[in-house]
Every structure is written in C-alpha cells, then in structure tokens.
Write a protein that binds this ligand. Structure first.
Ligand code: UT7
Length: 326
C-alpha cells in the first residue's frame, strides 16, 4: 500500500568567512588548543561578521539547498527555521528568509529547541506536509551563538560557533516499505524541562528584557547526553524494525566528539559510519546536523538510497532522532 513521505531533494550549508582557532581563543581566555581538542574535538569555529545576522546565514544555506535540489524558491510552500538566536525577538527569522526568497504564499515560522532544533524542525515540517499544508518545505537550522556567548567565560565560549544548514523536502508517494522507501521514515522527539538550569540563557524579553548569555553546567549536560541520545535512537530502530548494522550513516548533533564517539560505541555503530565535522565549526546548535549532512553529501559519502540516523540533544533538555533514507 502506497504512503506519503517527505523525501529530501537537496541540502546546503553556509559558514561565515571569519575563522577563529583555538590558539586565537587562548589569547583571550585562559585555555589552550590541547585542552579544547582533547575535551571536545573542536579545532576552529566560524564567527559571523558585524552586521551578518542569523537570517543572512540561513538565506545562504537555503539558496544552496534549493540549488542542490534543482527547484525554484516559488515552489516552496513551507519554511521551518530552527534557531535560538533569531534576528529579532519577533517576527520569526523564517519570514525574513521567506521575503528574501521572494515567496509570498504558504507559511514560514521558527521553532526553538536549541541544539535539537533541526530534528524538531524536520519533524514539524514532515508532519505539516503529511497534513496537507503543502508539497515542498525548506527546513533550515541557522544560528549566531557568538552573539549570546560570554566571551570571558572559558567554560562555554570555546565550544560554540555560527553557521547554517538547510534541506528541501518534497512530499512523494512511495511504496510504503520501510526497508526501501526514500524519505523520512520515523521521528522521535522528547523534552524534560526539569533540566532547564543545566543549559540556558540568563535573559529574555519577558524576564529581564535583555538577550542574556549562555550558561551551562557542562559536566551535567555530558552526563545525560549519551543516555538520552541512545534512547531516542533505540525508539527509532524499534519503530522502523531496523538496527545499527542497517545504518549507512550516523549524522549526530556536532557538540562534542566524546559524546558522539560514546553514543556510537553504545549503539554499536561502526566509527567509519559516523559523520564528524565538529572539529571545523564547533557546536553550531540547530545548524550542526545540516552542516554535517551537507558535508557528507557533497564529498560523496552519502548516496541516494543510504539509510541515515540524525540525532540531537540540547537545552531544555530536548532530544530527538530522525531516521531517513536519502
Ligand atoms: O548540545 C549540548 C551542548 N552542550 C554540550 O555538549 C556540552 C557537554 N559537556 C561537555 O562537552 C564537557 O563537559 C565540557 C567540554 C564542557 C567540559 O569538559 P569536562 O571534561 O566535563 O571538564 P570539566 O568541566 O570537568 O572541567 C575540567 C577542568 C576544570 O578545572 P579544575 O576545576 O579541574 O581545575 C575547568 O575549570 O577544566 C577547566 N576548564 C578549562 N580549562 C581550559 C574548563 N573550561 C576550560 C577551558 N580551557 N576552555
């Protein structure tokens, strides 16, 4: 029996030109390249230029994804943008991108699930397409975390960077066989607000009328990350009757190399199937999965028909997985 699934037509990404190495940071705070690489795997991050906003990064990634998919912006019915660093408190950064692309039909809005944002946005777009809200969607993760970092705090400022990534989804009729269908096969989202104080921003329009700065109890986040990530991946395996050996690629949120390695090890995913780009851009929050995905697609690793597991965990806590066939 045929079913409808959201199939990825193409992807794109963008990193700001300005690169900041670990050695550069060591001139600003008491840290070292050795500490950062050993604890996180990060070697450099990209920082948006003055006047370069989240919408600018997202627009560049969106245009690259439309180009890669070979579709016109006018065919997009829905834009879902994941970000925790919008240009303005409102309107949504997604509508700025919608206008820049010359689109006046359909709908555009932001979702906010911090580092899990892209997984939440993909799941939202998939559900809306299946509910009849259009045929094609642009799903974007875009962040300028450099704007909410406390640059005096070495425990956080070395970890994050700016960037954007995007995919184009199209609703297609497929045979309804999980073992061969293209597109998004299963999505699993979770959150638990009891962990709010472990990773948050200490400001906001309603509480302080300021933007605030990122605060994190890194060790606490680390402690929960591997368990939460593996739980939602096991949920995806169960729902799709697949297992680690069936995966062609594991495309995790790029926060910390040690979390990625530990999660893959626990799940029995072979190291050569893990896409890692955290060394090149640090933790770009909602942008990290599409950045990693775009890298692996463009360098030829990910091919049509490959089975991909995407996962993320972040502030809230929020966490989730998306299983899809490219
Ligand atoms: O999407 C989720 C986003 N968040 C994350 O993924 C973060 C998860 N957590 C982590 O990645 C790790 O906990 C960190 C990388 C943040 C920290 O690694 P850790 O192994 O948990 O180190 P720690 O916090 O226990 O700190 C060890 C030492 C401390 O010094 P003392 O107290 O042992 O003397 C820190 O003050 O390292 C010190 N330290 C630093 N040293 C040099 C903390 N930050 C730095 C730094 N450079 N940048």
């Amino acid at each position: 029996m045929s079913v409808r699934r959201s199939v990825v037509l193409g992807c794109g990404s963008y990193l700001p030109e300005n690169t900041v190495t670990n050695d550069d940071l060591a001139t600003r705070v008491d840290t070292s390249d050795e500490w950062i690489v050993q604890r996180t795997g990060i070697r450099e991050r990209h920082i948006a230029a003055e006047g370069e906003f989240t919408s600018h990064l997202g627009l560049k990634a969106a245009r690259a994804a439309l180009d890669h998919a070979g579709v016109d912006a006018q065919s997009i019915d829905l834009i879902v943008l994941a970000t925790s660093t919008p240009d303005n408190t409102f309107p949504a950064t997604a509508v700025t991108i919608q206008a820049a692309l010359g689109i006046t039909h359909g709908a555009a809005f932001d979702v906010q699930a911090v580092c899990s944002g892209f997984v939440f946005a993909l799941t939202t777009a998939d559900a809306l397409l299946k509910a009849g809200q259009g045929t094609r969607a642009l799903v974007i993760g875009a962040e300028t975390f450099s704007r909410i970092l406390d640059w005096e705090d070495r425990t956080t400022c070395v970890l994050f960077g700016d960037g954007a990534g995007a995919v184009v989804l199209e609703l297609q009729d497929v045979p309804g066989d999980m073992s061969t269908d293209h597109g998004i096969l299963t999505c699993h989202l979770r959150s638990d607000g009891n962990h709010k104080d472990k990773l948050y921003v200490d400001g906001g329009p309603s509480s302080t009328q300021t933007t605030g700065h990122l605060r994190m109890k890194g060790k606490e986040v680390f402690k929960h990350a591997v368990g939460m990530v593996t739980d939602v991946i096991m949920d995806a395996f169960e729902a799709s009757d697949t297992c680690a050996e069936d995966l062609d690629w594991f495309v995790p949120h790029q926060a910390n190399r040690r979390i990625i390695d530990a999660s893959a090890r626990k799940l029995g995913i072979a190291p050569e199937k893990v896409v890692i780009t955290v060394d090149l851009h640090g933790n770009t929050s909602a942008a990290s999965i599409p950045l990693a995905l775009d890298t692996a697609v463009r360098d030829g690793r990910v091919k049509r028909g490959d089975l991909l597991m995407l996962e993320a965990m972040g502030g809230g806590f929020t966490w989730g997985s998306v299983l899809l066939r490219w």
